[in-house]
Design a protein around this ligand. Structure first.
Ligand code: EPZ
Length: 430
């Protein structure tokens, strides 16, 4: 199993190119099969979740041609099967986007029920509520979601919960329903907007994405297109937090500063210098940072996917901070690992009370999930001495060339897969 070995203590300095957003790429790859013409997707992140989803659409018969590391051509005309194998959904929950895509195109879909995940139970009741509202018959049998309908008709849907996945999945299916669909209390994340823009590039008629009311007029078919995925706001935020934790100076390039506003505002509040340019942001942390309070919220609030990363920064800041996780019920699993590095954090329910310490010490730690894993790497980059991060498979699911990008910023980090390689790193680094 791969690991990172890290010698902490270097301030991270330099420029880093941000990749396309994983959480936009996954639904867009699913939606790309909704036309029988060819779709070319550019700026795809080269991360495991994207590559697994490309395999799963090949698995149902779509033609997938990789042009280069960040560009693929997809043609859904050869799809022969509307049922997705469990193997794929076991590897990546977001295969459930194939429900909305297949239902929208073929009026039927069979997708295994996604399991829970390390950050919470993650129900999909809102997805199913939306599909039923536009006329689909939806049953769950033997762990599989069976959805079908003779023809879908538009509906007025009020979401009980602000859900990124449900908003996107319903938008995909409804874009091919006859008539008008309104989704109220919709999620407003940039990746929801990106999926709407992509569907419109294929000929859909969707208005209001990015607000809490999305209006859709169904169309009978989609045509091919070429589309570039939006930059990944969470990857960008992760590197911005790495600058803050290591007293560094990092420019994140190929970003949309507007998407980063909640993150930039908090970095300013705790004492970082944050400078915005057209498509880049510079973060400088010259002095010890100070406490603040964080409460994760749906966009444009502070993102839950950036909660572990700022918690690490606050664990190094002066004073007592409070972090409240209001989206998922189990997103503090990294705290035990951070404590082993010298952090002083107490978790009570969905709140973490953080007393900042001057610095961490290296330890052997394990990634509990994707974003927590990235946050623990940030902690190790600050820590005095050597750290080994286990279970980095979670990190590889959502970050392209994470160790390579960190090395380019001056980090002493390597991906290894044996104790022998760890010893070699220690000997070389000293
Ligand atoms: C997406 O998950 C992201 N994943 C998550 O990022 C992100 O944390 C989350 O949105 C919130 O921004 C992808 O895009 C692949 P939700 P999703 O539906 O769509 C509840 C990462 O690190 N809910 O917005 O599954 C749910 O339990 C991942 O990249 C229902 O109750 O999240 C949660 O409390 C982690 N019923 C809240 O809504 C439903 O039917 C928000 O979940 C659906 C959701």
């Amino acid at each position: 199993m791969e690991q990172y070995v890290i010698k902490g203590g270097n301030p991270l300095v330099g420029e880093v190119e941000i990749a396309g957003a994983k959480n936009a790429a996954l639904p867009i790859i699913s939606a790309a099969i909704m036309t029988d013409e060819t779709v070319t997707l550019e700026n795809l992140p080269d991360v495991n979740d994207v590559n697994v989803l490309l395999e799963s659409i090949s698995g149902i018969g779509a033609h997938v041609e990789r042009i280069d590391r960040h560009t693929v051509k997809i043609n859904g005309s050869t799809i022969r099967d509307c049922s997705v194998e469990y193997e794929y959904i076991r590897k990546i929950r977001a295969s459930y986007y194939l429900l909305g895509a297949l239902l929208g195109k073929y009026n039927k879909a069979e997708v295994p029920l996604p399991g829970g995940c390390n950050i919470g139970s993650r129900p999909i009741d809102q997805h199913l509520k939306g599909f039923r509202a536009i006329g689909a018959k939806v049953d769950i049998k033997n762990g599989t979601i069976l959805a079908s309908c003779h023809h879908m008709t538009g509906a007025h849907i009020f979401m009980d919960v602000v859900s990124v996945g449900a908003t996107i999945n319903i938008m995909m299916a409804a874009s091919r329903a006859v008539g008008r669909t309104t989704i109220e209390n919709a999620a407003k994340e940039p990746h929801v907007v990106d999926v709407a823009n992509f569907l419109n590039s294929m000929g859909a008629n969707i208005k209001g994405a990015g607000t809490d009311v999305i209006r859709i007029v169904g169309v009978p078919r989609f045509h091919g297109c070429t589309y570039a995925i939006v930059p990944d706001m969470i990857e960008a935020g992760t590197f911005m937090m790495a600058a803050a934790a290591t007293k560094g100076d990092i420019v994140v390039k190929n970003v949309i500063p507007k998407h980063m506003e909640a993150v930039s505002a908090k970095l300013l509040e705790i004492g970082c210098e944050v400078e915005e340019f057209d498509d880049s942001i510079r973060v400088v942390a010259a002095k010890r940072l100070i406490r603040t309070h964080i409460k994760t919220q749906p966009y444009p609030g502070y993102p839950t996917d950036m909660q572990p990363q700022i918690a690490v920064v606050l664990a190094l800041s002066r004073g007592t901070s409070i972090v409240t996780e209001s989206i998922f019920e189990n997103r503090f699993k990294y705290v035990d690992e951070l404590t082993r590095m010298g952090a002083n954090v107490k978790v009570e329910g969905n709140t973490a009370i953080i007393d900042g310490v001057p610095g961490f010490t290296g330890a052997r730690i394990s990634s509990p999930d994707l974003r927590a894993g990235a946050a623990l790497v940030i902690a190790a980059l600050q820590a005095e001495g050597i750290s080994v991060v286990d279970d980095i498979g979670y990190i590889l699911r959502g970050y392209e060339d994470f160790d390579g990008k960190l090395r380019s910023l001056g980090a002493e980090i390597e991906m290894v897969s044996s104790e022998k390689e760890i010893e070699k790193f220690k000997l070389r680094i000293g």
